[in-house]
Write a protein that binds this ligand. Sequence first.
Ligand code: PLP
Ligand code: MN
Length: 335
Amino acid sequence: MQVDELQTPALLVERSALRANLDTMSAALPGERLRPHVKAHKCTSLARWQRDNGHPGFTCATIREAEVMARAGLGGDLLLANEVLDARRIGKLIAEGARVTVAVDSRETIAAAAAGGVSEVLIDVNVGLPRCGCPPEKAGELAELARRSGLEVRGVMGYEGHLMLVQSAEDRARMTREAMALLTGAAAQVGGEVISAGGTGTYLANTCATEIQAGSYALMDTAYGELGLPFEQALWLLGTIISVSGGDSGTYAVVDVGLKALGMDHGPPAIPGAQVWFCSDEHTTFAPGALDIRVGDRIRLAPAHVDPTVALHEAMYLVDGDTVAERWPVDMRGW
Ligand code: PLP
Ligand code: MN
């Protein structure tokens, strides 16, 4: 099948770019040094490529991601890097033979894990991102409570998400060291072997974590593209030009990919060689610049934020240039 035969909007993954991104990351962080985060792609076909690159463990953000991974035979060592109050679905997966470690940051989440049939946890520590995670000085106390509740504490996690898009590599590295000093302090109180942290923006700077939870590196987006990381844009939205107009403000064109097909929290998508004006529900309006754009043409847009973009689509198409190689269901989407 040719890319031109796909209905638009369609999510494309350029195979050579994906391959290069996975290999670059696996060379930097081989084996268990990387615990790929599946929230970025929500696709077990892609996760299999990551496993085949030597990474046995994965990070999940939702119970559903853990369920789909386990039932696809990828549940050998999953980390649910998130707090859950109803842990029974995780307990069920464990009873079926999966290994799932769950993040806890309170008495309530520890009680829920123990009651739900979870056996292994990480103490989630706040390292500066105001999201989940206990204060570093509370980590030891929570670890003790978890052990008293019959849970095995494998160590700590602490996601420095507020630092991922710091533009200067030097500042990012310094701030990561400061954030990770909080996590190593907590790890000393908690015990265990695991220090799980990091993402695409800090995968090299974070030398303190025993495993890095990066996800976006595989497909990439324009927000991460601005950091000059050694990863290529592999994810594209394919659209069809549905209107071209002239007028006082100059010629502009409209493509049938709007904000219902794009995660917009990091801004509008990019069209190489053109200037994007704005997105509305079903449209992106752009100035084509030197591009020769006609109604009916197909063009590619690079999303600004990979995770929420992928989650809007039922499938991604693995392509080699103009040829569709495979259709990969986004099978971990939904809740
Ligand atoms: N770990 C956690 C807990 C996250 O929420 C995220 C993304 O938001 C990541 C790791 C890493 O993601 P990325 O590689 O996309 O920066
Ligand atoms: Mn993201």
